[in-house]
Design a protein around this ligand. Sequence first.
Ligand SMILES: Cc1ncc(COP(=O)(O)O)c(C=O)c1O
Length: 446
Amino acid sequence: MDTTAAGWIDRTGGSRQLAERARQVLPGGVSSPVRGTGVFDPYPFYVDRADGAFLFDVDNNRYLDTVMAFGPVLLGHAHPAVTAAVIEQAGRGLLYGTCLPLEVEVGELFCRMVPTADLVRFVPSGTEATMHAIRLARGYTGKPGILKFEGHYHGNHDQVLVSVTPPLDVAGTERSPVRIPVGSGIPHAHYRHTMVAIWNDLEAVARMVRRHAHELAAVITEPIMANKGFVGPEPGYLRGLEQVCRENEVLFILDEVITGFRLAPGGAQEAFGLAPDLSTFAKAMGNGAPLGAFAGRREIMALLEGGEVRHAGTYNAAPLCLAAARATLTELAGSEGALYARLDHLGRRLIGGLRGLIDELAVPAIVQGQGSMLQLYFTADDQIRSYREAMRSDRVRFAAFAHEMIHRGVFVHPDVFEHWFLSAAHSEEDVDEILNAAEGSLRAVR
Ligand SMILES: Cc1ncc(COP(=O)(O)O)c(C=O)c1O
């Protein structure tokens, strides 16, 4: 295979034409910015179909996938049980606007798997999950404030679209980070009650929580800073944060949209031994079907009964998505840990293999990860602990590396702030194929 950019362009005429047509009807040619031209040089590839660990573009090129739709596809693309469940449900109708047995069954499965879920509500996306969890926290505590962390992403609503990827020259100091909304169109009034702290610094956040306890409804955090690649929590950090929240009567919201059902059957709260008041889910629970959830302690969730705190939606608990979720969660719960052991094994093989290549080729890079999630950073540092350190890694070189991987038939997302995901459909041979492509790609960008 010709692994040069020119060779790839020769092979992808169909994608090139679609990218040109897309620019005529979709802003930026895309439906979500991370998919488009500007991220992919000179244009993205257009997918015709997906199967297991592979994507096939409209020109029938095959890509070994490490993006897995940004995390949802934990069982692999077009998983037979999930596909059969969706087809079967489609024949019974797409939406009823009333109650259905599936929501009870998926609710029971969910509450069995997620340690702190006494009650759960289903929504169509992760964005809605965090939005409703925050409203519920405000309704329960009667306080308006929330605290989020610099670099963390909780979806597309104004109150959390703050300091997600702020330019370092305007982000203030680490002691006193400045709140920066993402783009224009977000009035100050919408993030007036959002405080921003530096993650992985327990003392700093504890000071803020104590000082603002009277006005803070909740602290919301990702358990792993997964929207800046893979930045893990310092030992004891998350438990310490939970404790500080509890002592100050501030709710602790764990955003498990990425880690839920991926890190362990019960998500990061199981993996790290946490007891959040509320937690939010989406991605892996439907293996790609658009379904989210927020869940937590009975006395808090009970405010939704009778509408004391408002939560409603035409597409909440959509049958098609619930059918996918029942098949997915049944598969995950039914494997009795074997599936997670396999994912850990594959993750270790990939992380170890990449580290070996980095040493052998003397490339200034590191790999951070856990289970089936990981990221490679080009940096001279031996660890990345914070958003600001991640920002200082060589993002341009990473994008060049990812394009080299794509030209070699392995889909690595060019933005280092995304991450690599493996799935139950990946094999050891697939991991070795990724490593083989990584060797050539690392040599090319060395
Ligand atoms: C941690 C986290 N929370 C919330 C969201 C928003 O989820 P969605 O894209 O389904 O709205 C994301 C999306 O990537 C996420 O990573």
